[in-house]
Design a protein around this ligand. Structure first.
Ligand SMILES: Cc1cc2nc3c(=O)[nH]c(=O)nc-3n(C[C@H](O)[C@H](O)[C@H](O)COP(=O)(O)OP(=O)(O)OC[C@H]3O[C@@H](n4cnc5c(N)ncnc54)[C@H](O)[C@@H]3O)c2cc1C
Length: 347
């Protein structure tokens, strides 16, 4: 089999937001479905692992990838409407933030709370991205997945996606042998601002652009820009605990932030737990806890995957010992052979 539109032995340093010095054996940049299928067949032919990526803003490579990576760059935005709703069909390789901004420019509002999140459109349903009081599930109407074995497309409607906090059906049933190729989004024409998040409550919005701009300010204050400081956003999920567990913790730590969650559960603030363990200045090698937001782990320049892994392990152990709450990574861990169990890797 001849490699026409792929690359051999490629560095991924500029293709992962943690900025880790990682290589892949083969890399394809797919602007259409055919290239994805070609890359997948190529991997099967060579009996190598296969991985689809967007902008690698939610992954931790633990070592060089000994297989075929395809970067999804399928573009295209189709807009249709009825008297109540904007219907958007978006190619999986569109940059999410650019898409959100483009819609606002066209007067199509609703996604502004999710602006400035790095990554591609194809990745947003996988962990049901969320920020500032909204989640993707609030707007997603369907996800188109391509079956790699035969190239067929299946449309998964929102109610079948099993969306929950940083989770969806795309992390299990539609994980291996499937690639997301498009996402359908519905937005009400009658725009309603969502200001439930504490830092937005005092905003008196004139337009969706005010929220968009405010969110830029909030994010800039709290999160490092991956172009300057390598990071993958929140490294850990905010832990979800039972009501009983939360009540017990609150007896010992009355100031502990806690928020009601579905099924009578309670969501805790992972960053607060880390701070209470005095881990804000913790570092291993060139990786460190970000001083403005403790859920974020950063690469100060020359961090290795092992630095980040050790740091994450240490945080999980110390928080676990103090609170008996065991943090779980939000970031996906990738070994040379493919994705591995992130919790096991830091336990
Ligand atoms: C500074 C910063 C801020 C962030 N803020 C937020 C935030 O507020 N909220 C939030 O939810 N997340 C946030 N994130 C995390 C991240 O941006 C999102 O998870 C984003 O959706 C990941 O997109 P990506 O294209 O980079 O995915 P990648 O990291 O490339 O991939 C993530 C996973 O999805 C798989 N995948 C990617 N594309 C496809 C596809 N087309 N088909 C099938 N599988 C695929 C990959 O194999 C991988 O397992 C932040 C990250 C950074 C760096």
């Amino acid at each position: 089999m001849i490699l026409n539109d792929g690359y051999k032995h490629c560095s991924l340093k500029i293709n992962n937001t943690l900025g880790l010095n990682i290589n892949t054996r083969f890399l394809f940049v797919a602007k259409n479905r055919e290239t994805i299928l070609k890359a997948w067949r190529f991997s099967k032919f060579l009996k190598l692992p296969f991985l689809t990526l967007g902008e690698a803003s939610n992954v931790l490579f633990l070592e060089d990838f000994n297989g075929v990576i395809v970067l999804n760059r399928i573009k295209g935005i189709k807009i249709s409407e009825n008297h109540k709703i904007w219907k958007l069909h978006v190619g999986a390789g569109e940059n999410w933030h650019c898409f959100v901004k483009k819609m606002l420019t066209k007067g199509i509002f609703g996604l502004e709370n999710l602006a400035w999140i790095p990554g591609t459109v194809g990745s947003v349903p996988i962990q049901n991205i969320g920020a500032y009081g909204v989640e993707l599930k609030d707007f997603c109407s369907y996800v188109d997945v391509m079956h790699l074995r035969n190239g067929s497309i299946k449309r998964i409607y929102s109610d079948e996606c099993n969306f929950s906090y940083r989770d969806s059906i795309f992390k299990n049933k539609y994980w291996t042998d499937f690639v997301i190729v498009a996402v359908g989004i519905s937005l009400e024409k009658k725009w309603q601002p969502i200001l439930t998040y504490k830092d937005l409550k005092y905003l008196n919005p004139i337009s969706a652009w005010d929220i968009f701009n405010e969110i830029f300010i909030i994010r800039k204050r709290k999160l490092p820009d991956p172009k300057i400081i390598g990071n993958a956003g929140s490294f850990f999920k905010n832990p979800i605990v039972t009501q009983k567990k939360a009540t017990l913790l609150l007896e010992y730590f009355p100031a502990m932030p806690h928020y009601p969650f579905i099924n009578n559960q309670i969501k805790l603030a992972g960053a607060w737990l880390i701070e209470q363990c005095n881990l804000k200045n913790l570092y291993v090698g060139d990786s460190a806890v970000y001083h403005k937001q403790a859920l974020v782990l950063i690469n100060k320049g020359h961090a290795t995957p092992q630095d980040i892994l050790c740091l994450a392990k240490e945080i999980r152990i110390r928080v676990g010992r103090q609170f008996d709450v065991w943090l779980e990574p939000e970031v996906r861990f990738i070994k040379s052979t493919g994705e591995c169990n992130a919790i096991e890797m830091i336990s």
